[in-house]
Design a protein around this ligand. Structure first.
Ligand code: CP
Length: 316
């Protein structure tokens, strides 16, 4: 059953296994369109409204690709400085949503403030997608991460996943909620000052996730099926490296996944990363069997095609 039709996708809290399995089944069908490098006309009469209050490479472009692969189109802004949000008026989120709802059929919002997409959804009856909000959540990233694991490992049950990096990052929060619906165990690997916030651990308990925390990965590498990697140093979401006035801090060695570490792991271990990367994932890993972070971006398109079609009530 299509539980996505007409609803928002602002959080994964409360999502159920049946809905996930259904979304992943539809994603698999969408792969045929992408693999054939063709386009369908399922969404030929629909427009996706982009509201990017923060920059993006993958989220924005993969959603644009997904919409256009299905025959739809996109309108909107990719930099608020080019709109009245960024000038003297500093137009409010409320007013921007009330205007954009007349220009599009579904809205995708990325915002530096936690909770902004949920707030946006309260201003409109259109379905709203969270493209990443502050340090809160990035639900479609987590969905595509889970779909990548499903496709590359053949299952989402009975795995042991190491999530490595800064647990404050928004990509770290939705994926364990998905794992809670399956029998997958998670170990959060981070420095002591980058551990998973208590509120999220409580969410994971609510979905009966089996989780552990530790500050190094070496002692469990021989039991890990999937490494989900991020840096340990949180970059500014609003400033560039030069603008921020400092060089990116180097990742401490325990949190760098390089060839030397992967050799100690299982033969079929895989590495996912939402990208962009810094030094936690050296380019030497790209040529290993474990690297899955570029095919992950392809799965991002198919998962987002499925999500757009289902949210707009156009089940293929
Ligand atoms: N993974 C991800 O969200 O990338 P972007 O910031 O480029 O969208």
């Amino acid at each position: 059953m299509n539980d996505f039709c007409g609803n928002d996708m602002v959080t994964l809290k409360g999502i159920e296994k049946d809905s996930l399995d259904f979304l992943f089944d539809v994603s698999r069908k969408m792969e045929e369109i992408v693999n054939a490098r063709t386009r369908a006309d399922i969404l030929h009469d629909k427009l996706l409204g982009l509201l990017f209050f923060q920059v993006s490479t993958r989220t924005r472009i993969s959603f644009e690709s997904a919409m256009k692969r299905l025959g739809g189109d996109v309108v909107g802004f990719v930099d608020p400085k080019t709109t009245r949000v960024g000038d003297y008026y500093q137009e409010s989120l409320h007013d921007v949503i009330k205007v954009m709802e007349n220009y599009a059929d579904i809205l995708l919002i990325r915002h530096p403030q936690d909770g902004a997409p949920e707030k946006a959804a309260s201003f409109t009856d259109l379905p709203v997608i969270n493209g990443g909000d502050g340090y809160n959540e990035h639900p479609t990233q987590s969905l595509l991460d889970a779909y990548t694991i499903l496709r590359e490992k053949g299952r989402l049950d009975d795995l042991h996943v190491a999530m490595v990096g800064d647990m404050n990052m928004r990509v770290m929060h939705g994926l364990p909620i998905i794992f809670g619906q399956y029998r997958t165990k998670v170990t959060f690997v981070s420095p002591a000052n980058r551990t998973m916030p208590e509120a999220w651990l409580n969410e994971f308990d609510r979905v009966n996730l089996e989780w552990n925390e530790q500050n190094e990965i070496d002692s469990i590498l021989d039991d890990i099926d999937v490494i989900y990697l991020m840096g340990t140093e949180t970059p500014s979401y609003s400033k560039g490296k030069t603008e921020a006035g400092s060089d990116m801090t180097l990742t401490p060695k325990p949190y760098i996944i390089d060839q030397e570490k992967l050799i100690k792991g299982k033969k079929d271990i895989i590495v996912l990363h939402p990208l962009p990367r810094t030094d936690e994932l050296p380019m030497e890993v790209d040529s290993t069997e474990a690297a899955r972070y570029f095919v992950q971006t392809k799965y991002g398109v198919v998962l987002r095609m499925a999500l757009l079609a289902l949210m707009l009530g156009k089940e293929p």
